[in-house]
Design a protein around this ligand. Structure first.
Ligand SMILES: [Zn+2]
Length: 210
């Protein structure tokens, strides 16, 4: 078969022929350069030859760790980093970095949000996180035991609106640094602050603040 190698934008680099395969190879290697049958810029060259376009390729090293994962059950990775020191809750400021004001808890009647929110200072947050930094949570309600007519009990979430609320980076980092820092949070749909046991991090069953 007649074939050609071209750049991603269609310039001819090299012409060659290869034996007739039952299945046309998807990849052609020319020295260390790699070419694929895919036409990345959809040029649709009018060529009667098989055209391979140069590909952006990344060579992945097959490390010992990877071989281990293939043959044995996954074990949690050993993290050698020392645990961060406990958070110093006296190191507080408002989300914009300014000092905490006496009236920051005043509710804005328009939004239902506080005038401002307290976070741990940037310096304190930088000492290390004990949880991932997550910015979006879902108002799922609180687990409640329900008894049906025939006396069967089940647990259901009650009182949530299933809406996602996204918070700012400073708040998210404060949760990650000190999960117990807050006792409640805001739902952007209900426009009220509710206890944390009504919220989970988006797409998890993990309670916010745990
Ligand atoms: Zn809600």
């Amino acid at each position: 078969m007649q074939a050609e190698l071209r750049t991603r934008t269609g310039e001819l680099i090299h012409e060659f022929s290869f034996p007739d395969f039952q299945l046309t190879p998807e990849v052609a290697m020319w020295g260390s350069r790699i070419f694929v049958l895919r036409d990345p810029f959809n040029i649709k060259l009018d060529s009667d030859r098989t055209v391979f376009y140069e590909a952006c390729a990344w060579s992945v090293e097959a490390s010992d760790a990877f071989a281990h994962l293939q043959s044995e059950p996954l074990e949690p990775p050993v993290i050698n980093k020392p645990a961060p020191p406990p958070a110093d809750r006296s190191q507080q400021c408002l989300t914009n970095g300014s000092p905490v004001t006496a009236d920051h808890r005043e509710i804005d009647p328009e939004s239902g949000q506080q005038k401002a929110y307290v976070v741990l200072t940037q310096e304190e947050r930088a000492k290390g996180f004990v949880r991932p930094v997550r910015r979006t949570y879902t108002h799922v309600g609180v687990w409640t035991e329900m008894i049906s007519g025939d006396g069967v009990t089940s647990k259901q979430r009650v009182g949530g609106c299933d809406t996602d609320t996204k918070m700012g980076q400073a708040l998210a980092e404060t949760y990650a640094r000190d999960p117990g820092f807050y006792s409640g949070t805001f739902c952007c749909f209900c426009r009220v602050h509710r206890p944390l046991n009504e919220f989970v991090w988006k797409d998890t069953s993990e309670q916010v603040g745990s």
